[in-house]
Design a protein around this ligand. Structure first.
Ligand SMILES: [Ca+2]
Length: 313
C-alpha cells in the first residue's frame, strides 16, 4: 500500500482530535500535507487553535495548520458546544499551542496543494461542515478533477439525524456546501452516523486508551470521557459514538468498513429536513451513484487499531 497524501479539513472537536492523532501516528499509510480548520463544532478561532493544540500534543509541530472559512456559505453558523464544551476540546487540560497559524487562507492552501501535486494523488478528509472544500471548488474548479478521493464524516440514512430529526450536524451546518461537494463528481466515501453510531466508546475501550499511560493516551481517554456524559444520556447506549476517526481509520484499514456505491443528494430547500442526506440505499431511483456510503464497521477492529496506533505517539 502506498502512502496517501491527505489534507485534513476539521472543526476540532474531541473526535476530530482523535482522527488527527490517528493520522499523525500512521506514517506508513498517511502523509498529512496540512490541516485546514473550519467553523463548526465551535467558532473558527477555537477550531484553528484546537488543531494546533492537537498537533503539539502529537509532537508534530511541522504540520502546517491553516484557518479557513469562519461561516457557512449562505447561512449563519450553528455550533455544538452542548456536545463538545465551551472550547470544543473540553476534557483534558492541554496547554495553549506554541506553534503559530500558517500564513494564508485554508481554502487557498487546498487549491495550491491540489494544483502543485500530481493529479489523483491528494485525498481530502473533511471532518466538519464542507464549507472550505466547497469554497475551494467554487474558486478553482480546475482542482476538482485532481482530487484522488474525498473521505468524509457526515450524513446518515438509517440513523437519520443528530442535530435535527432529519439531519446530521456537519451536513446541516452548511447544506449548500455539501450539495456542491456531492455534486462535484470526485470519488467520495462517506462515514455516516450509520457507521459511527456503531463505533461506541465503551468503558473497556476508554480504559484501554487510559492504560496506554502516555500523554496522548490519557488525553484521548479524557476527551472521550467528556462527550460520553452527553451522548450516553441522549442515546441510552453503552458508550458515545466516536465519529471522525472512522475517516482516518478507513485510509489505514478500509477492510474494517462495508457500504454501497449509491446516489446521495443533499436537501437544501426544506425547513423541516434541511441538510438531510437523501441516500438511495435501496437503489429505488435511476440517479447515478456518486458516493460510497458506508453502513457497517468492525467496531472492535477499529478500536484495536486506534489503541495500537495512539500508543506510538
Ligand atoms: Ca468534526
Amino acid at each position: 500500500m502506498s502512502v496517501r497524501k491527505i489534507i485534513i479539513d476539521t472543526d476540532p472537536g474531541q473526535d476530530d482530535a482523535v482522527a488527527i492523532l490517528l493520522a499523525l501516528a500512521s506514517p506508513e499509510e498517511i502523509e498529512v500535507l496540512g490541516i485546514t480548520a473550519v467553523a463548526g463544532n465551535v467558532p473558527l478561532h477555537l477550531t484553528e487553535k484546537n488543531a494546533r493544540i492537537v498537533c503539539e500534543l502529537a509532537g508534530r509541530t511541522d504540520v502546517p495548520v491553516y484557518a479557513g472559512c469562519d461561516a457557512p456559505l449562505e447561512r449563519p453558523l450553528v455550533t455544538a458546544e452542548h456536545v463538545h464544551g465551551k472550547t470544543g476540546l473540553d476534557g483534558p487540560d492541554l496547554p495553549d499551542p506554541t506553534i503559530t497559524l500558517a500564513e494564508g487562507h485554508g481554502v487557498d492552501f487546498i487549491i495550491d496543494t491540489l494544483r502543485a501535486e500530481p493529479a489523483g494523488t491528494v485525498t481530502l478528509c473533511p471532518l466538519g461542515p464542507l464549507t472550505n472544500i466547497a469554497q475551494a471548488f467554487n474558486k478553482a474548479p480546475d482542482i476538482i478533477e485532481k482530487v484522488q478521493e474525498i473521505v468524509l464524516m457526515g450524513g446518515a440514512y438509517f440513523e437519520v439525524g443528530n442535530i435535527t430529526p432529519a439531519a446530521e450536524f456537519n451536513i446541516y451546518v452548511d447544506p449548500e456546501a455539501a450539495k456542491i461537494v456531492f455534486g462535484a463528481g470526485c470519488p467520495i466515501t462517506v462515514m455516516p452516523l450509520d457507521v459511527t453510531h456503531k463505533a461506541l466508546v465503551t468503558k473497556d475501550r476508554n480504559d484501554a486508551f487510559r492504560a496506554l499511560g502516555t500523554k496522548v493516551g490519557v488525553a484521548v481517554a479524557q476527551m472521550t470521557d467528556f462527550f460520553e456524559r452527553f451522548d450516553k444520556e441522549k442515546y441510552g447506549s453503552s458508550g458515545a459514538p466516536l465519529h471522525d476517526p472512522c475517516v482516518t481509520a478507513y485510509l489505514i484499514r478500509p477492510d474494517l468498513f462495508t457500504g454501497r456505491h449509491i446516489n446521495v443528494e443533499i436537501e437544501t430547500g426544506s425547513e423541516l429536513t434541511l441538510g438531510m442526506t437523501v441516500a438511495d440505499w435501496w437503489r429505488v431511483t435511476d440517479r447515478a451513484p456518486n458516493a460510497i456510503f458506508m453502513g457497517d464497521i468492525d467496531a472492535q477492529g477499529f478500536f484495536d487499531l486506534l489503541t495500537e496506533r495512539l500508543a506510538r505517539l
